[in-house]
Design a protein around this ligand. Structure first.
Ligand code: ATP
Ligand code: MG
Length: 244
């Protein structure tokens, strides 16, 4: 099996040699656990090796991400100028259009490393968009005296999640998909389905019980390769994050 190095010291060992090439891996955790940092480092370290990366952001601006990288001495702008890193800050709520744009970009620019920050936001925006359609249809039905049409689709369906992950998989890059979960949630994603649809799941958390709070990482699954399921401690250094 071909592998892609994660760019995080210590993580490739836990994964039995790296991220299986072409897989889609969910990076899940509550707020502030370091999901965006890990993904940005994955893109930067790849680019430093000549691998092209695309960071699709629904949350933070390019400027903010550049700023985060500065403290670790990452020369992101230089890598952008060389065409090795690209940021795509999504403004539309049309999920279909976003996926289409990303697909085109991956194909055209030969993107090898892809990040969605976050899959959660993209899907929830998609729902907003769709619920607008169903509201409109509801109005039409009402006017025509027809049956009641559900005016709100508050949940992404299981089918939607599988479809989106399949679309991302088909793009061919090795992808990290950020998933946001609420504190104390027992699920690995807000939609409770993503974790089953993807090839791998890496969880980040902050353990604040007893003593000094610690950042922890654990691999929940990685299809096609044995993984070390033990928790690792995540450390910030002046060059980025690494596993202790
Ligand atoms: N050099 C550093 N040393 C210690 N902690 C740091 C350092 N740089 C950033 N952090 C911490 O890392 C966290 C940032 O992580 P990041 O933005 O990647 O989290 P996230 O999981 O993406 O959060 P969100 O869900 O809110 O997007 C912040 O809480 C910040 O305080
Ligand atoms: Mg983030």
């Amino acid at each position: 099996m071909e592998r892609v190095n994660s760019g995080i010291e210590g993580l490739d060992n836990v994964l039995g040699g790296g991220i299986p090439k072409g897989s889609a891996v969910l990076i899940t955790g509550t707020c502030g656990t370091g999901k965006s940092m890990l993904c940005l480092q994955y893109i930067v370290k790849g680019a430093e090796n000549g691998e092209k990366g695309l960071y699709v952001s629904f949350e933070e601006s390019r400027e903010k991400l550049l700023e985060h990288g500065l403290q670790f001495g990452w020369e992101i702008e230089k890598l952008e100028k060389k065409g090795l890193i690209e940021f795509y800050v999504v403004e539309t709520e049309d999920m279909g259009k976003t996926l289409e744009e990303v697909k085109k970009n991956v194909r055209k620019n030969g993107i090898q490393r892809l990040v969605f920050d976050s899959l959660t936001t993209m899907m929830e925006q998609g729902v907003v968009y769709r619920s607008e359609i169903s509201k409109e249809m509801g109005r039409i039905f009402e006017k025509s005296g027809g049956l009641n049409f559900p005016s709100d689709t508050s949940n992404v369906t299981r089918k939607d999640v599988y479809y989106i992950v399949k679309e991302i998989n088909r793009m061919g890059a090795t992808s990290l998909l950020i998933s946001e979960v609420a504190e104390k949630s027992t699920y690995l994603s807000r939609d409770t389905v993503s974790e089953f649809a993807v090839d791998g799941v890496i969880m980040l958390e902050i353990n604040s019980f007893g003593g000094k709070p610690e950042r922890l990482l654990s691999v929940k699954k990685m299809r096609g390769t044995p993984v070390d399921l033990r928790l690792s401690i995540v450390e910030f250094t002046n060059a980025g994050i690494r596993l202790k």
